[in-house]
Design a binder for this molecule. Structure first.
Ligand code: SAH
Length: 390
C-alpha cells in the first residue's frame, strides 16, 4: 500500500496525533495486520510457527465501552474527550472511528445538557466542580446501554430531571448509574455508586452465553473479535466432555462459562476483582450452570493452595493482564500438571517471558501460536497459545 493512502486514512481523524489512542492509524488495515504479525513473530518465533493473524472484517466502531473526560475552558466552553497522551489536557472528541457510535452520541448529548442543569465540570487543579467523566457501555448483542456519570461529590440536585432529559433523547439507555469519585486520582471510577435508573448493569451475549456487566467489572471491549478469540481458545483446549477446567484471571467468568456450556465436566475460576467475581457467580447461574465455582483472590496464591490440595485440572486457561503471570502462578501450574494449557495474552512481551520460564522449568511444549487483532488501529495485539506436555 502506498504511503499516500496511509496518510489519507490518518487524516480522516482530526485528533489522530493529539489523542494518541490509535498508534497505527498512519498505516492501512492490511499493513497494520502485517506489523502485528511481524511483532509476534519477532517475540515468539523461538517457540514455533506463528499462524496468520485473524483481523476484523470491518475494523471500525468496535469499542463497546467509551469513556470521556470533561473540562471547562477559560471562556466557559465545555469540552469532552480524551486526555492528550501523557498529559491531563482534554482533547475534544465528538465522534471516534473506533468507538461505538451510539456511545459517542450519548456523551455529546450529556455535554449539551450540562448548562441547562447548571452542572459544572470538575476542575482537577482547584478540586472543585461536579462532573468528572462519563462512561458508556453497550451490549452489542442485546443493545442494552449503560450510562455512568462520574461525579466528585454525591449530591446530584436535579438528578430525576436529568435522567428524564437524557432518556427522552436516547430511549435505548437501559440503566444510569452515578459513580462517586472524590479522590485526586488517575482512576476514572470511585468506589461508591447510586443507581439512578434501571438495574445498574447491562447484559451481553458472547458465544451463546449471557453475561452481566457492572460499571466496574472488566469486559472485553471488542465483542466481535472476542467471539473469535474465545472460539479459538476453546478449540485449542479440545474439550471432550468430562474435563475439569481452571479459568485463571477469569474476569466475569466468560471463558469458564463458555467452556462449561461446551461440555466441560467441572469448572473453577479465579479472579482478583471482587465485583467481577460477583458478576461471574451470577453469570453462571443465569446460564443454568451448576458445575462451576468462582474464587476471589490472587491467581498465584490460589494455584499454590489448589495444587497443595491435590486439585488436578485437565485444562488450564490463563488470561492475565498486561504484566503477564507471576513466577508463583507458573510454578504452581507446573506442579498441578494439567494436560493442556491455553494462554491468552494481551502482551506478547510478557507472554514470551512466561513461555521461556515454562520451557526451561517444565516439559510443556508450545503447539500453536495464533495472534488475533482485538484492537484495530492501536499497537496492541492479542495472542492465543496452546501448550501440552512433550
Ligand atoms: N478472562 C477474562 C478477563 C481477562 S483480563 C476475559 O476475557 O474477560 C485480566 C483479568 O485478570 C482482570 O479481570 C483482572 O481483574 C484480573 N487480575 C489481575 N491481576 C490478577 C491476579 N493477580 N490474580 C487474579 N486475577 C487478576
Amino acid at each position: 500500500m502506498s504511503n499516500a493512502k496511509g496518510k489519507a486514512e490518518a487524516e480522516t481523524c482530526p485528533v489522530y496525533k493529539k489523542c494518541g489512542g490509535c498508534q497505527l492509524r498512519n498505516l492501512s488495515y492490511p499493513e497494520q495486520l502485517s506489523f502485528k504479525q511481524a511483532k509476534v513473530i519477532g517475540l515468539l518465533k523461538e517457540f514455533g510457527r506463528v499462524e496468520p493473524i485473524i483481523g476484523m472484517e470491518n475494523p471500525c466502531h468496535y469499542r463497546n465501552k467509551v469513556q470521556a473526560a470533561f473540562y471547562t475552558d477559560r471562556r466557559g466552553k465545555i469540552i469532552s474527550g480524551v486526555y492528550q497522551s501523557g498529559t491531563h489536557r482534554v482533547v475534544g472528541i465528538d465522534s471516534c472511528l473506533i468507538e461505538d457510535e451510539t456511545a459517542d452520541k450519548i456523551i455529546v448529548a450529556v455535554r449539551k445538557l450540562l448548562p441547562s442543569f447548571k452542572m459544572k465540570t470538575y476542575d482537577e487543579d482547584a478540586r472543585r466542580g461536579f462532573l468528572r467523566h462519563v462512561l458508556v457501555k453497550r451490549g452489542f448483542a442485546t443493545n442494552q446501554v449503560m450510562l455512568v456519570l462520574v461525579t466528585a461529590t454525591p449530591v446530584f440536585p436535579s438528578k430525576n430531571n436529568f435522567v428524564k432529559a437524557i432518556r427522552a433523547q436516547f430511549p435505548e439507555i437501559t440503566t444510569i448509574v452515578q459513580n462517586i469519585n472524590p479522590n485526586p486520582t488517575n482512576l476514572v471510577l470511585g468506589e461508591r455508586e447510586n443507581i439512578l435508573f434501571g438495574k445498574g448493569y447491562i447484559e451481553d451475549v458472547l458465544c451463546g452465553c449471557r453475561f452481566r456487566i457492572s460499571p466496574r467489572s472488566f469486559y472485553q471491549i471488542n465483542p466481535v473479535q472476542t467471539e473469535v478469540l474465545y472460539g479459538k481458545a476453546i478449540e485449542f483446549a479440545g474439550l471432550k466432555g468430562s474435563e475439569t477446567v481452571l479459568d485463571a484471571y477469569c474476569g466475569v467468568g466468560t471463558i469458564g462459562i463458555i467452556a462449561a456450556k461446551r461440555g466441560a465436566g467441572r469448572v473453577i475460576g479465579v479472579e482478583l476483582n471482587g465485583d467481577a467475581v460477583r458478576d461471574a457467580i451470577r453469570n453462571a447461574r443465569a446460564n443454568d450452570l451448576k458445575n462451576i465455582r468462582f474464587f476471589k483472590g490472587d491467581a498465584g496464591d490460589f494455584m499454590l493452595a489448589a495444587s497443595e490440595e491435590e486439585e488436578r485440572p485437565d485444562v488450564v486457561f490463563m488470561d492475565p493482564p498486561r504484566a503477564g503471570s507471576s513466577r508463583k502462578f507458573l510454578s504452581a501450574l507446573i506442579e498441578m500438571n494439567p494436560k493442556t494449557v491455553v494462554y491468552i495474552s494481551c502482551n506478547p512481551e510478557t507472554l514470551a517471558r512466561d513461555l521461556r520460564f515454562l520451557r526451561d522449568q517444565s516439559s510443556y511444549k508450545v503447539r500453536r501460536i495464533l495472534p488475533v487483532d482485538m484492537f484495530p488501529h492501536t499497537a496492541h495485539v492479542e495472542t492465543v497459545v496452546l501448550m501440552t506436555k512433550k
